[in-house]
Design a protein around this ligand. Structure first.
Ligand code: KG4
Ligand code: ZN
Length: 345
């Protein structure tokens, strides 16, 4: 039964976890850097890299201690090798390389998006490939068909902002602080979702992708007009986001082929309005809908360890110790590049 140590440091969470082949999370620790980045209203890469460097080694010690294990008990060391903020990714990957070398264990360089994509299978042993995945977080906004370990078909991505980023920017515009998603959701529950007329970018488009930049600008104009209550803007924004997601999913499902479930992952999966819209979408198609528990939706190291276990299970070879960190690393290498600049990985 394999045990894998996972390390995650691609954005603003420093995390380590030990997971075994029976889907048991033996220990996991996540140190958020929210407080460090809050004054800037978003993640500052240099601050993030320094914070990862300070925290990672004590976190690894802590998970080993909590699980009552040593490096000798691990079958491999898995670390996020991209995509993400390169300074932070390098901190995690270099630490993993050092541990792998010192303990003579294989190194598994994991694509962070693969961690998210396979995380539902850590939570749910019955989830079989292929499944449809909506991956929505601060850095990612994609619809994927997950066919197997290492086999991903990207059906849609964003041509500008990720959905979590749109929530965070809306929060900033409304003066709600960072991270914005939970604050916007809370305020939205007190507002009227039809009060403010906001655009639904790319809805009805024959291009499969998402776009949220225009929605964010419209939120800014609505706020600056002084005509609307913040709660109404929040509720209208959230409704526009739901409408965009449903429309893009409908488009993707037109030729997705057979899938066993609709799955949502990433930090935005915490949003209840989005979850219930997805539940209804899946029910209409007689598909089960699943979302991993919150702690596995946001960035964490258990999903990185689990991706390592899945890779070992299908016989994918470990990575050499000189493997590079990759700021960009698409899950589906055959996916066509999208128009627009600033596309998040
Ligand atoms: O997966 P995650 O922790 O980190 C990234 O990989 O980006 O996702 C964080 C994102 C943030 O943009 C945050 O605002 C958003 O997820 N988020 C939410 C909610 N909770 C977190 N967005 C909408 N509603 C929520 N309840
Ligand atoms: Zn993530």
């Amino acid at each position: 039964m394999p045990i894998v140590l996972g390390i995650e440091s691609s954005c603003d969470e420093t995390a380590a976890a030990l997971v075994d082949g029976e889907r048991r999370i033996l220990a996991q620790v996540i140190a958020s850097q929210e407080a460090e980045h809050a004054p800037y209203g978003g993640v500052v890469p240099e601050i993030a890299a320094r914070a990862h460097a300070e925290r990672l080694v004590p976190l690894i010690d802590k998970v080993l201690q909590e699980a009552g294990k040593s490096l000798d008990d691990c079958d491999a060391i898995a670390a996020t090798a991209g995509p993400g903020l390169i300074g932070g990714v390098m901190v995690g990957l270099v630490s993993a390389k050092a541990l792998a070398m010192a303990s003579d264990k294989p190194l598994l360089a994991i694509n962070h998006l693969e961690g998210h994509a396979l995380s539902p299978r850590l939570a749910d042993a019955s989830l079989q490939f292929p499944y449809a995945l909506l991956l929505v977080s601060g850095g990612h906004c994609q619809i994927l068909r997950v066919d197997g370990v290492g086999q991903y078909k990207r059906l849609a991505t964003t041509i500008d902002d990720a959905l979590g980023e749109a929530f965070d920017k809306t929060s900033k515009i409304l003066g709600l602080g960072y991270p914005g998603g939970p604050a916007v959701e809370k305020l939205a529950s007190q507002g009227d979702a039809s009060a403010v007329l906001l655009p639904r970018p790319l809805v009805g488009s024959s291009e499969p992708h998402f776009s949220f930049a225009g929605l964010k600008s419209a939120v800014l104009r609505a706020q600056e007009s002084g005509e609307h209550a913040a709660a109404d803007i929040a509720a209208s924004f959230q409704q526009a986001a739901v409408d965009c997601i449903l429309d893009r999913l409908r488009f993707a499902f037109a030729d997705i082929g057979p899938v066993n479930a609709l799955v949502v992952a990433g930090g935005v999966a915490a949003n209840k309005a989005i979850r219930s819209a997805l539940e209804a979408f899946a029910a209409d198609r007689d598909l089960p809908f699943t979302a991993p528990p919150q702690i596995l939706c946001t960035d964490n190291a258990a999903m990185i360890a689990w991706a390592g276990i899945e890779r070992l299970a299908v016989g994918i070879a470990p990575d050499p110790l000189d493997v590079s960190a990759r700021p960009r690393w698409p899950l589906d290498p055959d996916a066509q590049p999208v128009r627009g600049a600033g596309v998040k990985a």
